[in-house]
Design a protein around this ligand. Sequence first.
Ligand SMILES: Nc1ncnc2c1ncn2[C@@H]1O[C@H](COP(=O)(O)OP(=O)(O)O)[C@@H](O)[C@H]1O
Ligand SMILES: [Mg+2]
Length: 335
Amino acid sequence: MSGEAKLAHINVPWVEKYRPSSLDEIVSHEEIVRTLDTFLSQGMLPHLLFYGPPGTGKTSTVLACAKRLYKSKEFSSMVLELNASDDRGIGTVRGPILNFASTRTIFSSGFKLIILDEADAMTKDAQNALRRILEKFTENVRFCLICNSLHRIIPAIQSRCTRFRFGPLDPELMVRCVRSVAEKEDIPLPDSGLEAILRLSHGDMRRALNTLQASHLAHESVDQSAVYSCTGQPQPIEIEGIVSSMLNDTFCHCLNHLSQVRSDRGLALSDILTESHLLLLKIEMPDKIKAKLIGRLSDIEYATSGGGNEKLQLSGMIGAFQEARDSVAMEGRAL
Ligand SMILES: Nc1ncnc2c1ncn2[C@@H]1O[C@H](COP(=O)(O)OP(=O)(O)O)[C@@H](O)[C@H]1O
Ligand SMILES: [Mg+2]
């Protein structure tokens, strides 16, 4: 491959390269795919509302439906796709959306499709204007609204659409998909790397494929440490070290140790908190003390997300762990 060709090859995001092109390539969501398949084979489609966390196949599913409905040469005249980068105020609803919905194409008798990606970013006014169009032009057009959180869509629109919830993907089903991309790209993917990718993706396939691609670009072999260092996440062994230090060392020693690890590895306090909490759940400790400690950790996590002083929060986290340790010791002595 020439240098330029290689660059172009590298630049294609795998999430686009391997986007499912038909409904039967959609992983998980069997029930949804079956229902949509029935709709399509009967040539009918209600207005659709897809909601759920990112990277679960919402956009891919509606695009696969559109590909089945329209031949490629009529696609652009029959499908209008608006996403986050397009303005979604009331002007767009009264302008381009109304325009597209109200005009008929001479050559085709079927309905058109309007895909509104990230519809939860639409203002209330825009949604109210949209609701009229939804009713008025049902003959001519079908809508597919896509969003992350359903509660930001006004009830009047919700009740006019058939809703489908796209939950996080089952890690076991993601395994096959991530493996197959690795095979097609001809990159070695040891089990430890695959496990790390799935663990860090939380059912988000976009994140899984992006992590795979980034780790491969940076490290060639995608093993556990490549994945963790690429995502800037603390490795399980580092978290074990941190938690052990908080439960065994003196406060000053532990603070120095943690500050050092954090600056060496560029770890975010919120990631350390999340992972320590997961490890804590597995550590044996009286329930009452554990519950109190988790409560303190969640307060600290809340404070960091609001932009609190990280150094102070770090000390607070160590203090919380050490207090729990001392409570355990006191309880032991009392027995
Ligand atoms: N259910 C799925 N089956 C197969 N691939 C998926 C699935 N969900 C996501 N992906 C992969 O992740 C990428 C992003 O998916 P997308 O449909 O854009 O997610 P969403 O719209 O829910 O954020 C796709 O290109 C595809 O490669
Ligand atoms: Mg999407």
